[in-house]
Design a protein around this ligand. Sequence first.
Ligand code: ADP
Length: 402
Amino acid sequence: MIPVLIVLNAGSSSLKFQVFDMVEGTEPRLVWKGLYEGLGNDAHFVVRHASGVDLDEKSWTSKDSFGHEEALMHLVSWLREHQEGRKPMALGHRVVHGGETFSGPVLVDDTVIQKLEALVPLAPLHQPHNLEPIRIVRRRMPGMPQVACFDTAFHHSQSEIASMFALPREMRQRGVRRYGFHGLSYDYIASVLKDYDPHLAKGRVIVAHLGNGASLCALKEGASVATTMGFSALDGLPMGTRCGAVDAGVVFYMLREMKLTPEAAERMLYTKSGLLGVSGISNDMRMLRAKAATDDNAKRAIDLFVYRITREIGSLIAALGGLDGLIFTAGIGENDVATRAEVIAGLSWAGLSLDEIANRSSGPRISSGSGPAAWVIPTNEELVIARQTRSILGATQAKLAS
Ligand code: ADP
């Protein structure tokens, strides 16, 4: 019997999953990955083998009331039918916010759930959806160990100064501070960097996680020292539909002069801004690149994205006291040749120089010359969740045995 881990990443109407074999002494090994979309409405399930071959799919209509709970139960029975000598041992969950309390993954119990629920106001658009499958599994499969893995935890290494806002002290006591996100992705990059460039792994590195969500992280010897996202996942770079950093005065203007409700203002900043808002066309970089030659708004959205990335990298170089390397990752970072070229061109002052041929084939090393190195490294947040889940399970079993 091969023990397996199920990794879950739940959104408002989606549930992504990956299933890993756990073989003693080796990395967790991906077996299947899949997705439920349109939950609560016209839902669709698809599952692929690790090799990329489609294995199965199914659809439900809105009449079926197929939501997160139904998806989880469907997944459990799908796994049972296809288990081929496998047995689920635990679930690892992506949870966006671990607050001040959780500086690493944690085995879930009722007290942990309560603490995570208390963090909902800090991430109202993500945290409730991340917690829903945890509650469902606890109710429907109470004996199944569950581990919560946080997007914030990796940034606990930052100094107090790097994590502060210049607000009155009582705001800090309420938990109003910079937390930072995308920590599972940065954890992965920090863990594999030595395989690409052992010297760089010990140096001053900026990781550009450029996907639908986008942020930068400054790493010193593999630990986070600064990042562009702050209290919420809105701050920092412009993203697919999120605005990135805006003057807080804009929010007062929206509420007072435009008479928007807080919910409407939040919706605009999270879902109607960024590449989508500026272009008026799409949040999808592929679409914008295709239109940029003939559409000024598509070009402007990309130019702003690149300009903000370049400026924020300048700020993180100051936080690091110099730069040894820049890593591109996530959907845009891994695939968009032009964004990488434009960002590196904007950093020639810092000694970066592009190897154009390597960039066109995604490197992995895409820099030339003796200045800071630049690399393209695909991220793998789910593998980090599997690793963290296994390490918490191992620690728990060792505690029980002693
Ligand atoms: P998420 O944050 O949802 O995980 P991803 O990391 O998948 O997002 O990134 C999605 C972004 O990556 C989209 O803007 C998409 O257009 C972009 N992207 C994906 N593939 C390519 C490609 N081949 N060329 C340019 N951009 C791409």
